[in-house]
Unconditional design. Sequence first.
Lengths: 103, 103
Amino acid sequence: MAIQMPTELLDGCVLGILSNGDYYGYALTQKVQEDIPISESTMYPVLRRLKKNNFLSTYDEPFQGRNRRYYRITREGRARLNEVTTEWIEFKSQIDKLIAGGD
Amino acid sequence: MAIQMPTELLDGCVLGILSNGDYYGYALTQKVQEDIPISESTMYPVLRRLKKNNFLSTYDEPFQGRNRRYYRITREGRARLNEVTTEWIEFKSQIDKLIAGGD
DNA sequence: ATCAGTACATTGTTATACATAGTACTACTA
DNA sequence: TAGTAGTACTATGTATAACAATGTACTGAT
């Protein structure tokens, strides 16, 4: 019964984290989970979608026999992050207004 | 391509407005549309759901031949509004943190 | 007579967050 | 050395709900 994460914000959060450095999927999921409950089965599709839109690039690195797929934010990704941040600020003020009574 | 309204926030916005006085569906839609784009076909189901959960009560009033169905917030509705407001505050701080880089 | 606005309702679709489950490897431990 | 927990990614299925599109029906203005 918590607030559902809308796509745009999910994208924004992932891009926000990655704007500080590369992460591989599992570690990124852990990182996001520090603040919001999100499952791997949500995260991986999000990452694939962001990559498909050229907001992220990937590279693989073997680690202890397993593979780690790292995600790196692109220039377009940074532009997208700015967009989403702007939308988010707008969104917050609109909801704040309405939820308080909307006068 | 705007941020999708999650159910809980939609509920919160409607309850927020109605915490200031009764509205009928159409006027309420107009009111909310001042701040966020929302269609009637979204609003009416929301109102019915909130009523089903006893967060709203209704009464009909004829006006110039047409009917106006007024919605009034209940005590449970006010309690729900408080809940959602709390969730919203929490949600905002979580997203703010992540979108800024999550450190 | 026509069109815009008011007021509510119904149906269908699409997108997507999430649950569930599976694969496969490592490392700890009893 | 068998068993368990953690790591890392993938695939499938489903339920929900916001929204589009459409319809009905009345009023009032041009």
